[in-house]
Design a protein around this ligand. Structure first.
Ligand code: FES
Length: 121
């Protein structure tokens, strides 16, 4: 029965997430993620801007604004707080990036299946 349950997906070694260097992961054709290490720990968000649904980055692993402090949507310029994903400026102010369930264990970062949701197929 549980053999049908989706398994956690290994994304990367946690030591490969360095401050100021977010990483992108395409887990499925319709699921792109961005992971980053912040002062408050590792964060994992769906790579989808809440304004119009575009992926934040145009180039691989290029998620930060020029200051290097904020996640940046390169389509219309929204800025997001790395620790919370909350939009601080731009057309989606007041909304935020969608946090994604994850786990750090054995030196790895894993995407966890959402209970009752179809995040992982
Ligand atoms: S799609 Fe991101 S700011 Fe418009």
């Amino acid at each position: 029965m549980d053999s049908e349950a989706p398994a956690a997906v290994f994304l990367c070694r946690t030591e490969d997430l360095q401050p100021g260097h977010p990483r992108g992961f395409r887990v499925a054709s319709d699921l792109s993620l961005v992971a980053l290490r912040t002062a408050a720990g590792i964060r994992l968000y769906r790579n989808r801007c809440p304004h119009a649904g575009f992926e934040l980055n145009w180039l691989p692993d290029r998620f930060l604004d020029h200051s290097g402090r904020y996640l940046h949507c390169q389509v219309h310029g929204a800025l997001f707080a790395p620790e919370s994903g909350r939009c601080l400026a731009g057309p989606c102010a007041g909304k935020g990036l969608e946090p994604v369930p994850h786990q750090e264990r054995d030196g790895g970062l894993y995407l966890l299946p959402e209970p009752g949701a179809a995040l992982l197929h």
